[in-house]
Design a protein around this ligand. Structure first.
Ligand code: SF4
Length: 159
């Protein structure tokens, strides 16, 4: 709930995600680039759906959060493109994958991963990356922006 990633990066969305956002909030909440679609950024550079509520940052799209946001701060690929192949290797149902983490995330702690993290939390990230699952149980705070405020946010009201 630091909101840092939502303030720092432009979120790339796929066409299906774009359609859902447009249907609910309007096309003006998105931006199209040359070959990619993005969530609009507010004048301060943060994601248009980032909400500051009771001193915490919450995602206004929690119930339809883009895959890129669900996977942050991990990058899960099938080639060791970023090096450290041995350290990054992760086996999932006979698939050899490579998991990297963006050091820009303030929530990352370096060290030996716990069993729970390696076999449960990271597994969920991997399944989301592979398109096997959509919902998040362990990889998010599970806090949603209160329903009654969503319409205000969608109409451009800031908190
Ligand atoms: S969609 Fe949600 S998680 Fe993604 S950048 Fe916007 S506020 Fe953050």
């Amino acid at each position: 709930m630091c909101g840092d990633c939502c303030k720092l990066y432009s979120v790339v969305i796929n066409f299906h995600e774009w359609l859902k956002i447009v249907k609910q909030y309007g096309v003006e909440q998105t931006v199209s680039g040359l070959d990619r679609l993005f969530i609009k950024r507010s004048s301060d550079g943060s994601c248009a759906f980032l909400c500051n509520f009771a001193s915490n940052y919450l995602c206004g799209l929690q119930y339809m959060k883009p895959k890129a946001c669900k996977l942050w701060p991990f990058k899960i690929i099938n080639q060791p493109k970023l090096g450290y192949a041995r350290d990054a290797a992760y086996e999932y149902r006979e698939n050899e994958l490579f998991v990297y983490v963006d050091p820009m995330c303030n929530g990352v702690r370096y060290g030996k991963p716990t069993w729970e993290f390696s076999n449960s939390t990271l597994r969920e990230f991997v399944e989301i990356a592979m398109g096997i699952r959509d919902s998040q149980a362990k990889t998010t705070a599970n806090l949603v922006f209160p329903q009654r405020y969503r319409s205000f946010r969608a109409s451009g009201m800031k908190f």
